[in-house]
Design a protein around this ligand. Structure first.
Ligand code: WTA
Length: 656
């Protein structure tokens, strides 16, 4: 009882001290420049001030402890908080009836759903109590495999409410990919839907979970199934539970679990240059402070605005800028269930008109795809509410940037080309709309508190402007990854060992004469297909699972809509009946092992792969051939098998 009274007093005290403080918003270029300078000279003071705008159950007693060798990074040391308290409870008094989540269904004729901060809190609490009823406690892992329905956001927040660690798996991944993630996380529960409406397709979601359970998933005790469309599903009484049976009649009160700043909030799997996807780990305190700060500043969100990010919550963009960032900032955030081209190519713009969207955040691949459908689509709609346009996930080409600016922003909505990664947790390099200038294809300037540098291959910092190098960050920021789940050494090897004393991003970048940064793209074996990160090694492993495949090499090549396409060179064992049949079998294997997003666009059957004398595949050459550019192949005479290069070029139809 004593502790409870103490808790209440604490909360009341904090509530009052924090009611009128909000995360700071930069308002002018001078403000950005002085804030940036201050944040670099006094990073701890700067982040302490931001952190103090949140409700802490127990204040932190140190701001930062770090080293990039092990690495070990701790922000807001010994602070106690709950991120959902800051997303929901603390907004109740002032804006309890404001819409927090606005949900637009796949079918435009179905009803929109609105959750106010008050109703969202009730739903989150009910779900949190349901998780508890199924034995989920602090530290347990819960996997989400769901379409873009409100229950996904509710479920994720319910985990955070009770200190369970969520790991959302994009619902386009295959049963095998899902099972791998469940096993790696040793999750106790999967939350899924029965089916998923996407455009005019209906996708069997529960069936994929069943298939994953047949493959492995031995740690799973419960599968919580949300009835989304209705329809027959296979049912296992041992572990399956309907959401409406378990969640709906729970109490809507659930005390938040007070988490340490450095307790895990979530794991999100992402591709790297080696085979297995890694579980990027984010923790509670720093992630909270950074996602809110960056959301407010990058989108210049104002009270009453309607903000829409079209990403899927299965990716980091959805975590940070559909769920956490906007809710922390008390914003109205929209979730869209469908696809940009259903029922027609005007859907995005019709939604912008319908909900008077003020900030619109999407990926270049969507812009390119819609641009190809013609200017008449956006012209049909009133887009005058749009104040800020965002781009994320891959480099945006000049044509797409200009079309976005002209046809969507009508030349008056600044485009924020935001560069960041699953690992960075939040946007690190971006223009600030109406504050810093914008230049097509440039992510431009670092956020306050972010110290990007370009290094050469030896790890020496390249100073000055008008240079190119490998993008590293030399000082911690609050939302950076802390480890890769279950394998800290891998985190160290991937991000901190390449260049001592720096976090290495895997991207190459340029700095123009005025100091703006332009991201060139990955310098490792990761490709970016329609804004989705795919490891070439992952695709190779999938292809190699075909019994007739001896070896394969996968590279990216420029693709008009997707940004990059996937090109696979495959060596086949013996004779296959027909190339077409074989190729369609290979595609099926990739879909089975990973999912449709990893399907190669081109498959070339070859007799050998160009290799160095030490047996390393010369991907550089394969990339050039895939790009149909065979000028400057370099010296190939030192290869183990130079003749194979000519053969591949000829087969690809590139020789006159
Ligand atoms: C790429 C997505 C150019 C980059 C948030 C990075 C970008 C990878 C941009 C991370 C951008 C992201 N311009 N490239 N504005 N944003 N990238 O983890 O190569 O899915 O390393 O996070 O996407 O992809 P991830």
């Amino acid at each position: 009882m004593g502790t409870m009274l103490f808790q209440i007093l604490y909360l009341v005290g904090y509530f009052f001290t924090n009611t009128f403080q909000m995360t700071k918003q930069i308002t002018s270029l001078e403000d950005y420049q002085s804030t940036y300078k201050y944040s670099i000279e006094n990073p701890e003071n700067f982040w302490e001030e931001q952190a103090n705008t949140f409700n802490w159950f127990k204040p932190f007693d140190k701001i930062l402890e770090w080293n990039f060798e092990e690495p070990e990074i701790k922000w807001f040391v010994n602070g106690k908080l709950n991120i959902t308290y800051n997303c929901l409870d603390r907004h109740i008094e002032v804006k309890g009836n404001q819409v927090a989540i606005l949900w637009e269904p796949n079918n435009p004729n179905e009803n929109v759903k609105k959750y106010t901060f008050k109703t969202l809190l009730s739903e989150v609490n009910k779900c949190a109590n349901a998780l508890k009823a199924k034995g989920i406690t602090k530290g347990d892992r819960v996997i989400f495999y769901m379409p873009m329905v409100p229950e996904l956001a509710i479920g994720v927040l319910a985990c955070a409410r009770i200190g369970a660690i969520h790991s959302v798996v994009f619902a386009g991944f295959s049963a095998r990919a899902l099972a791998d993630r469940v096993d790696d996380a040793q999750a106790k529960m999967i939350v899924c839907s029965d089916y998923n409406n996407r455009g005019n397709k209906c996708i069997q979601v529960k069936q994929v979970v069943d298939d994953a359970m047949d493959l492995s998933c031995n740690s799973i005790e419960t599968v919580l199934v949300h009835q989304n469309t209705g329809g027959e599903v296979n049912w296992s009484d041992d572990c399956d539970v309907w959401w409406h049976d378990l969640v709906d009649n729970q109490s809507d009160v659930c005390e938040p679990e007070w988490m340490d700043s450095e307790d895990m909030l979530f794991i999100l799997y992402t591709s790297g240059s080696t085979g297995k996807p890694k579980g990027v780990v984010h923790t509670c305190g720093g992630y909270m402070v950074y996602t809110c700060y960056s959301f407010k500043n990058v989108f210049q969100y104002k009270e009453g605005d309607v903000y829409w990010c079209t990403a899927d919550i299965g990716w980091i963009t959805g975590h940070s800028y559909i769920v956490y960032g906007p809710l922390l900032a008390g914003a109205t955030t929209m979730m869209f269930e469908g696809v940009p081209t259903y029922p027609d190519a005007g859907r995005f713009w019709s939604i912008c008109e319908k909900h008077k969207v003020n900030q619109f955040y999407t990926a270049p691949t969507a812009i390119r795809a819609l641009m190809a459908k013609g200017d008449e689509w956006p012209q049909k709609y009133d887009l005058s509410s749009i104040k800020v346009l965002g781009s994320v996930g891959e480099p945006i080409n000049v044509e797409a940037w200009e079309w976005y600016d002209k046809h969507i922003g009508k030349g008056k909505a600044p485009i924020v080309d935001t560069w960041w990664q699953t690992e960075t947790g939040g946007i690190l390099i971006t223009p600030l709309p109406g504050i810093t200038d914008t230049k097509p294809t440039f992510a431009s300037y670092p956020m306050p508190g972010v110290q990007p540098v370009l290094v050469d291959t030896e790890g020496n910092e390249k100073i000055g402007n008008g240079i190119e190098g490998l993008l590293c960050i030399k000082f911690p920021w609050p939302s950076m990854l802390r480890t890769t789940y279950g394998d800290h050494d891998r985190c160290c090897q991937t991000y901190f060992s390449p260049f001592k004393g720096y976090y290495f991003t895997g991207d190459g970048a340029k700095r123009d004469e005025e100091g703006r940064i332009r991201i060139i793209g990955r310098v490792d074996d990761v490709i970016n297909v329609s804004g989705h990160r795919i490891g070439t090694a992952e695709v190779e492993n999938a292809i190699n699972a075909h019994p007739e495949v001896i070896e394969s090499a996968v590279v990216g090549f420029p693709h008009e809509i997707k940004g990059q396409g996937i090109y696979a060179y495959v060596i086949v064992d013996g004779n296959i009946n027909s190339n077409d049949e074989f190729i369609s079998e290979v595609l099926k294997v990739v879909v089975k092992e990973i999912g449709p997003i990893a399907k190669p666009d081109e498959i070339q059957i070859v007799s050998g792969l160009p290799k160095t004398r030490s047996g390393k595949i010369m991907r550089r050459i394969l990339r050039k051939i895939a790009s149909k550019d065979i000028s400057n192949l370099g010296d190939i005479s030192t290869l183990l098998n130079p003749e194979v290069v000519d053969e591949i070029i000829e087969q690809a139809g590139l020789k006159a």
